[in-house]
Design a protein around this ligand. Structure first.
Ligand SMILES: Cc1cc2nc3c(=O)[nH]c(=O)nc-3n(C[C@H](O)[C@H](O)[C@H](O)COP(=O)(O)OP(=O)(O)OC[C@H]3O[C@@H](n4cnc5c(N)ncnc54)[C@H](O)[C@@H]3O)c2cc1C
Ligand code: SF4
Length: 518
């Protein structure tokens, strides 16, 4: 796929990154097919800065190759560098240098990378090379960095709910004149039903790999065999058309129940009513606004209730945009925060799924198989355990960045460092998402098949989340006691007898000794 035609002078080199697979990206809108050369490159540096899940690497490389094919068919002059191409320098800046050595191109044009790391590398390269770099704001997001900064300025607390309302007003999504459709901004209190047996459970669209994907799967097998995760069967969509089909499948089959069962978990059911669209949106195959408009239309056509449509749209124009805003407002340095001074290493079972805790085993084994877990599994199972156990948040961050097909630092880090591990001290969330086994039991059926007893609070058979919950609160009392949303919990702790408190702490010590060899 390399283009070795006559050298081009005076055109632009347009670098298209692996998560910018859209014809609408700003670096392409004013490009000139007769003078500009597009560059796409599979490089080791990007594929291995954490040990990404094999399915994630295969998804990105295959989607890149399919997008490159579309661009070439559209008449673009494209240099596509495969991972195994002779001479592949291993880095994006190395590939820019190689192309510039052959063609005296004037400027390098790139839509701003999502990750701080890559943006810095490009800026450093341009300075050293004395090259003109045209970094363009990524128009796929609804809220620019400047807009978010303005919103955040002067606010004591940055709360997603108020940001979300502004985004609703700006986009007009689910608005009735100046008022929210249905008279309320948020229908979350209707969205906490546990899932029981007997429900119809849809499946996300699963595609069959074509020859391009098969070739990528062989490559990933050969070059990334030691990375986490199961490679086959591989079922992700890798083209925009197939991602649009996956969107339709979600809207038709799962959206109506998305709201009601958003927080539920069921043994053996990996997706429930979730969309499984984040990897497509984050890579550019789907646009966030088009996805929201499609869901809004389903509501207005009477095909989905308001609590489902509002809940879904809030995740995208609310949480997704807000997370990106928080990331760029606080980088560099956001990922190094450790407000609770948690220092334990990530337990080995996060890589193997080998644990007697049924909820964790389920979340981790599906992560290994599908590079996917839904929000409540990420937050209230794997995230909750590492928070309660006091695992170093940077190690937790690196795990999440590696294991999910949708993981890019701009969205993963605020979710992990901020929302899940409270390592930013409450910048993002008003209290830590810490919960005992009771929450997991209420929202799932995992406990019925677990070797631990969720009703037991202390002793060898007690659900480990129970003693760890109190140990977490006791350990961090100095930092959390005054949090208004935790005062009642500390009152409960204070009312316990010293003997009861010691039973909790003693069981927690044994749980920690078991998992961390202390
Ligand atoms: C600890 C932790 C780590 C996470 N890491 C990532 C990550 O690396 N990449 C990622 O895209 N999301 C991440 N999330 C957010 C969320 O869990 C995923 O977006 C979601 O599970 C993707 O599955 P889905 O497409 O089926 O989502 P659905 O439940 O169907 O939600 C619809 C869409 O809303 C968006 N969304 C929902 N929640 C969030 C959120 N909290 N932040 C940003 N977007 C959201 C996604 O685009 C998603 O596709 C993380 C959440 C937690 C708690
Ligand atoms: S008993 Fe505890 S560890 Fe077991 S599944 Fe329930 S919450 Fe998870």
């Amino acid at each position: 796929m390399t283009d070795e035609r006559e050298p081009v002078a005076d055109g632009n080199l347009i670098l298209i990154l692996g998560d910018q697979l859209s014809r609408n990206i700003p670096s392409l809108t004013d490009a000139d097919p007769s003078r500009d050369i597009l560059l796409m490159a599979e490089v080791m540096e990007e594929a291995s800065y954490v040990r990404h899940h094999k399915k994630k690497i295969a998804f990105v490389f295959s989607a890149m190759r399919h997008f490159a094919q579309e661009l070439e068919a559209g008449g673009w002059r494209l240099r596509y560098v495969r991972l195994d191409d002779p001479g592949n320098s291993g880095s994006l800046t190395g590939e820019i240098d190689r192309l510039r050595a052959q063609h005296p191109l004037t400027r390098v044009v790139v839509t701003e990378p999502g990750e701080y790391r890559l943006k810095s590398a490009l800026l450093d390269w341009a300075e050293q090379a004395g090259a003109e770099l045209d970094l363009r704001q990524d128009s796929r997001f609804l809220c620019s960095h400047q807009r978010f900064r303005r919103w955040a300025e002067g606010r004591k607390q940055l709360r997603m709910e108020y940001f979300y309302r502004d985004m609703r007003r700006e986009t007009g999504l689910l608005m009735d004149g100046g008022q929210p459709e249905g008279g309320k901004w948020n229908f979350d209190h209707e969205n906490r039903k546990p899932a029981g047996g007997g429900l119809f459970l849809p499946r996300p669209l699963q595609t069959t790999p074509d020859s391009i994907t098969e070739e990528v799967l062989d490559l990933v097998d050969a070059r990334f065999g030691g990375h986490f995760g199961t490679l086959r069967p591989f079922w992700f969509a890798v083209t925009r058309d197939a991602a649009l089909e996956a969107l339709e499948c979600f809207v038709e089959e799962a959206l109506p129940d998305f709201g009601d069962y958003q927080d539920a978990m069921l043994e053996g059911e990996r997706f429930l009513y979730h969309s499984v669209l984040s990897q497509y949106i984050n890579a550019g195959l789907l646009e966030p606004l088009e996805v929201c408009r499609r869901v809004e239309r389903a509501y207005f056509e009477g095909r989905a209730p308001l609590n489902a449509a509002e809940g879904f749209i809030r995740q995208i124009i609310g949480w997704r945009e807000y997370m990106r805003g928080i990331y760029w407002l606080n980088m560099p340095g956001y990922t190094d925060q450790n407000f609770l001074e948690a220092a334990r290493p990530l337990p080995e079972f996060y890589w193997t799924g080998e644990t007697g805790m049924a909820c964790l085993a389920a979340a981790i084994s599906q992560t290994r198989d599908d590079a996917y877990a839904h929000h409540i599994q990420r937050l209230m199972v794997t995230g909750n355990f590492s928070l309660l156990a006091g695992v170093d948040p940077f190690q937790v961050h690196e795990w999440y960045l590696a294991v999910y097909a949708d993981a890019y630092e701009w969205v993963e880090a605020p979710n992990v460092i901020g929302m899940s591990q409270f390592a930013d001290g409450g910048l993002l969330g008003s209290k830590p998402y810490a919960a005992s086994g009771n929450y997991i039991n209420k929202m799932s059926d995992h406990c019925a098949g677990c070797r631990y007893d969720v009703k037991r609070k202390t002793g060898a058979d007690a659900c480990p989340f129970n003693p760890l919950y109190w140990d977490f609160l006791a350990r961090n009392a100095q930092k959390l006691r005054e949090n208004p949303r935790l005062r009642h919990v500390y009152r409960t702790w204070d009312r316990m007898t010293a003997e009861r408190q010691n039973e909790y702490l003693d069981t927690a010590r044994k749980v920690l000794a078991r998992h961390f060899g202390e």
